[in-house]
Ligand binder design. Structure first.
Ligand code: AMP
Length: 281
């Protein structure tokens, strides 16, 4: 595995690989790797000759009062995990490398962002679209891999790639969970012991909603309220949102029908957790 800190060095390496006809699979992350990231890397490894992993905590996708400074970072640990996962090129740029000058243009995502995390984190997906456009231009991958844990992100990226004709195939990968159902996340380490015990309730409440739908309850309002009640009764977290929308367009629905997403965000003392379930009815 080779580690690259500069855009030029990575580009030169990948130019040669591309010349010899090798396919490139790309997994962009913010590091502090866990099995969720590893499952993306595994998919990339199985389907490409060269696997590129980027680790970059992207400042432009964090709001002024968000956890950019506190976001966990441990490059040595990540390097070992990347090596074990069969990564060929690890791209680990500094903020100065990625944003050397004041930007002369901006990206504005206009669809699929006025709900869920987009509504709660204004500008977040503009920052995601910006950094991914840069990374796609730098790496020029054939395929890229994204986790469905961030399902809104997948919807936004699919829109971005379609709108701007970016020649990359986007592969969504199912959410990897702890044994008790909690979605793996770099932010889980900030849960207190008590919160960690409570946190699996998030996924359980989604599973119960899916079960209710299967049993014929298609009333979105009622399904949402049941999830809110469960989380409020069984955890010390504060519900940020519980929502049901069509997927991937994220349009409001009253009755569950077609492909839908049930998504939630819950704030614990030092960590905001998200989870979702996508169901085809
Ligand atoms: P992050 O480092 O949080 O920006 O995540 C990098 C990528 O890993 C994104 O595509 C995430 O959706 C994905 N990811 C994060 N957690 C999980 C998980 N538990 N299961 C699957 N993919 C995940």
């Amino acid at each position: 595995m080779k580690v690259f800190h500069t855009i030029n060095e990575l580009r030169n390496e990948l130019k040669n690989e591309r010349k010899s006809g090798k396919s490139i699979g790309f997994v962009p992350t913010m590091g502090y790797l866990h099995e969720g990231h590893v499952s993306l890397l595994k998919e990339a490894r199985e389907n490409n000759e060269i696997v590129v992993l980027s680790i970059f905590v992207n400042p432009t996708q964090f709001g002024p009062n968000e956890d950019f400074d506190q976001y966990p970072r441990d490059f040595e640990r990540d390097e070992k995990i990347a090596l074990n996962a069969g990564v060929d090129c690890l791209f680990y740029p500094t903020v100065e490398e990625m944003y050397p000058n004041e930007l002369k243009s901006t990206m504005k995502v206009t669809k699929r962002v006025d709900v869920l995390c987009g509504e709660k984190r204004p500008g977040h997906f503009d920052g995601v679209a910006l950094v991914l456009t840069k990374l796609f231009n730098i790496v020029q991958p054939d395929q890229a891999y994204f986790g469905l844990k961030d399902a809104q992100q997948v919807a936004v990226i699919e829109g971005l790639v379609e709108d701007y004709n970016i020649p990359v195939k986007i592969n969504p990968v199912p959410t990897v969970r702890e044994e008790d159902g909690l979605a793996k996340s770099s932010r889980n380490i900030y849960l207190t012991e008590k919160e960690r015990k409570e946190a699996p309730v998030l996924y359980k409440s989604l599973q119960k909603a899916a079960e209710d739908i299967q049993n014929g309850n298609h009333n979105a309002e009622q399904l949402k309220q049941n999830i809110i009640n469960t989380i409020e009764n069984e955890t010390s977290g504060t519900v940020d949102y519980v929502s049901i929308y069509s997927y991937p367009d994220l349009e409001p629905i009253n009755r569950t029908n077609g492909k839908i997403i049930i998504a939630l965000a819950v704030k614990f003392s030092n960590s905001r957790l998200i989870d979702n379930m996508i169901i085809s009815i």
